[in-house]
Design a protein around this ligand. Structure first.
Ligand code: SAM
Ligand code: SF4
Length: 328
């Protein structure tokens, strides 16, 4: 078992498979991009599967693939196939912008993928293009529908709530859970290397920040009823609209951090174990992997480094990576 210094059992590994993306969301990366890693410095699929094998022998049961954009890395279904047959892995999911999902949903489901979380902050095509700097709403929407047809359910939609950006659409987004059996989850914008102006007439992460308490108040007309959270809800507090088919969830990493329940370890695309999303501490697993050295001591060291709670509490912000280089 991987148990940290505060008694939390670590059962969830969140793996970034690439630092590249086909979108450039304003809260996630600077307008002129990031310094991309050379391909040789990115973990190969076999190397990722090896980390999962060792982790699964020591209690990791859930894996989530993220990025950058995971579907932008060729052959992702083959990685899903490798991971889904590893003994001990009970759940494998992907977080994606869904731009490429219409083409890949069937193959991913056949390879053993169970569910997808799709990032969608707006239902307005012009706004979608501003937030993502280059994206097309229609592609993401087609991806959501394809995922549903392929049985990658329940579909979870993640929307970052931002004052002055999409706060006039919170009700419209929540109402997706009225007509569809989808879980719409609002999340607070996190201050991860995104404090410079976002451009395009948008604010930045400080002025765009909205606490989930306020988002819930704005949705009070929906008369949301609390529901027991299912497995896989993670840190979301979940509700239903009385006559709705889906769920509405709230994730408040900043205002009500859920560190006490944290069961996560992260692996970056360039092979660093990151004990906490919002802390810059990391250790590299790549040299050990490539030399064939034991990985367990590094997993244990990373788990041992997990802070009790993230450092935003003390006003320290992570600065070493943008969110696109961590994976969210
Ligand atoms: N490209 C995929 C996607 O967009 O779903 C996966 C990677 S993305 C980094 C993972 C999640 O992080 C997305 O849901 C995105 O909205 C969220 N995210 C990125 N930057 C964020 C920030 N500063 N605050 C809150 N969420 C953020
Ligand atoms: Fe790409 Fe996802 Fe970041 Fe948007 S949030 S830039 S889609 S990695």
């Amino acid at each position: 078992m991987l148990i940290d210094s505060w008694g939390r059992e670590i059962t969830y590994l969140r793996i970034s498979v690439t630092d590249r993306c086909n979108l450039r969301c304003v809260y996630c990366m600077p307008p002129d991009g990031i310094n991309l890693k050379a391909h040789a410095d990115i973990l190969r699929y076999e190397e990722i599967a090896e980390v999962v094998r060792v982790a699964a022998q020591h209690g990791i049961r859930e894996v989530r693939l993220t990025g950058g954009e995971p579907l932008a890395r060729p052959g992702l279904a083959s990685l899903v196939g490798m991971i889904s047959v590893i003994p001990g892995i009970q759940d494998i999911a992907i977080t994606t912008n869904a731009v490429l999902l219409a083409r890949q949903a069937e193959a991913l489901a056949e390879a053993g993928l169970k569910r997808v979380n799709i990032s969608l902050d707006t239902l307005r095509p012009d706004r979608f293009e501003r937030i993502t700097r280059i994206g097309s709403f229609d592609q993401t929407w087609a991806g959501i529908l394809a995922a549903e047809r392929a049985g990658l359910t329940p579909i979870k939609i993640n929307a970052v709530a931002m004052r002055g950006v999409n706060d006039d659409e919170l009700l419209d987004l929540a109402r997706l859970a009225q007509d569809h059996p989808w879980h719409v989850r609002f999340i607070e914008v996190m201050p991860v290397n995104n404090e410079a102006p976002w451009g395009e007439g948008l604010p930045n992460s400080i002025s765009a920040y909205m606490p989930m308490r306020e988002v819930r108040e704005r949705l009070s007309v929906l008369n949301l009823e609390p529901v027991e959270s299912e497995n896989g809800a993670g840190p979301a507090r979940e509700f239903r609209i009385p006559t709705g088919l889906g769920r509405v969830g709230f994730i408040s990493p900043v205002s009500e951090h859920f560190c006490g329940e944290c069961n996560r370890l992260r692996l970056t695309a360039d092979g660093f174990l990151r004990p906490c999303l919002l802390s810059d501490q990391e250790i590299s697993i790549l040299p050990a992997l490539r030399k064939g050295e034991p990985l367990l001591p590094l997993l244990q060291e990373a788990v041992g480094m997990k802070p009790r709670s993230h450092e935003l509490v003390e006003n320290h912000r992570p600065v070493s990576r943008c969110m696109i280089q961590i994976g969210g």
